[in-house]
Ligand binder design. Structure first.
Ligand SMILES: C[S@@+](CC[C@H](N)C(=O)[O-])C[C@H]1O[C@@H](n2cnc3c(N)ncnc32)[C@H](O)[C@@H]1O
Length: 253
C-alpha cells in the first residue's frame, strides 16, 4: 500500500511497484512517492478482522500520542494557525486511510493509517477553534472492515461508503486523502473545489506522469486557486511524503 523507504513507488492495485521518475529531482528530501493513475477493481466482500475495537483504540492512543509529541504535529498546528480560516470549514472528509488491521499484517501500513487519522483529527480540532459549529467528520475507505468502521464510529465520526463521500464535498469542506489514486482524487474534486485539500499536488503528478495529467482540469484549477504548503513530514517515515495542503484563497468563491 505504501512505498518502501528509499524506493520510488507506484500503486498497481494493492501493490506498490518501483517506477522510474521523469524529469528533475523532487523538492522533498524524503523518497518520492509516484502516485498512480489507476488501480485494480476490488471485490466488495467484507474482510474479517483479527483485532477488536479496543485493540485498535489502544494502538491508536499510543501512536497518536507519539505523533502529537512530534515536530511534525507542532508544525501542523502552526501552519493551520497561520491561515485563520476555521470558520470557513463545515465538514471534513477523510478518504483512503487504509485499514487499521491490514490484510498483509504490515506494521508500516497500520502505523501510517493511525498517524494519518491522528493528523486528520488534529487538523480538524485546530480548525474547530475558530468555529462555533462543530465540523462534521466523515470517512470513506472501501477496504475498511467492520471493526475499522466500528472504531471510527467509536470516535464519534461517520463512515460513508463510496461514492457517498464524493457527493458530500462542497466549497466549505476539508478534503484529506494521502497517497490516493488519481481516480479517487478526480472524483473528490469533480463537483466543487473544497476550502482545503490535503493530497498529492499537481507538480508531483506532472513529475511522475508527465503530460498525461495536463488534461486534468480540476487539478489545474485547484493548483491555480490555492495557496500551498508542504504537509509537515512524519520524521523517518513516508507517511506524508509528497503531500501538500492546498488552501483555496479566501477571496475566491
Ligand atoms: C495507496 S493506498 C494509500 C493508503 C494510505 N493513505 C497510505 O498513505 O498508505 C490508496 C487507498 O485508497 C483507498 N481507496 C480506493 N478507492 C477509494 C474510494 N473510492 N474512496 C476512498 N478510498 C479509496 C484504497 O482502499 C487504499 O487504501
Amino acid at each position: 500500500m505504501g512505498p518502501a523507504a528509499g524506493e520510488q513507488g507506484a500503486e498497481t492495485g494493492d501493490e506498490w511497484t518501483k517506477v522510474r521518475r521523469k524529469g528533475r529531482r523532487m523538492r522533498s528530501h524524503h523518497p518520492a512517492v509516484c502516485p498512480s493513475s489507476s488501480r485494480n477493481a476490488k471485490g466488495s466482500e467484507p474482510r474479517p478482522s483479527f483485532l477488536s475495537v479496543s485493540d485498535i483504540e489502544r494502538e491508536h492512543r499510543r501512536i497518536r500520542d507519539q505523533w502529537r509529541a512530534s515536530t511534525g504535529c507542532h508544525q501542523l498546528r502552526d501552519v493551520v494557525a497561520s491561515r485563520n480560516c476555521g470558520s470557513a470549514i463545515t465538514d471534513a472528509i477523510c478518504f483512503g486511510l487504509g485499514s487499521f488491521d491490514p490484510e498483509d499484517g504490515s506494521w508500516e501500513n497500520k502505523r501510517r493509517a493511525h498517524v494519518q487519522l491522528a493528523a486528520f483529527v488534529y487538523m480538524v480540532e485546530q480548525l474547530q477553534r475558530d468555529n462555533r459549529v462543530p465540523i462534521r467528520c466523515l470517512f470513506q475507505e472501501p477496504i475498511f472492515n467492520s471493526v475499522d468502521e466500528a472504531f471510527i464510529r467509536s470516535l464519534g465520526h461517520e463512515v460513508v461508503h463510496s461514492p457517498g463521500g464524493f457527493e458530500q464535498v462542497g466549497t466549505s469542506t476539508l478534503v484529506f486523502g494521502i497517497h490516493l489514486y488519481r481516480d479517487v482524487y478526480a472524483q473528490a474534486l469533480a463537483g466543487h473545489l473544497p476550502a482545503v485539500f490535503v493530497g498529492t499536488p499537481r507538480e508531483v503528478w506532472e513529475e511522475c506522469h508527465g503530460s498525461d495529467v495536463l488534461d486534468w482540469v480540476q487539478l489545474k484549477d485547484l493548483d491555480e486557486r490555492s495557496d500551498k504548503v508542504n504537509f509537515p513530514e512524519d520524521s523517518g517515515y513516508t507517511t506524508f511524503s509528497n503531500t501538500t495542503i492546498h488552501w483555496r484563497r479566501q477571496d475566491d468563491t
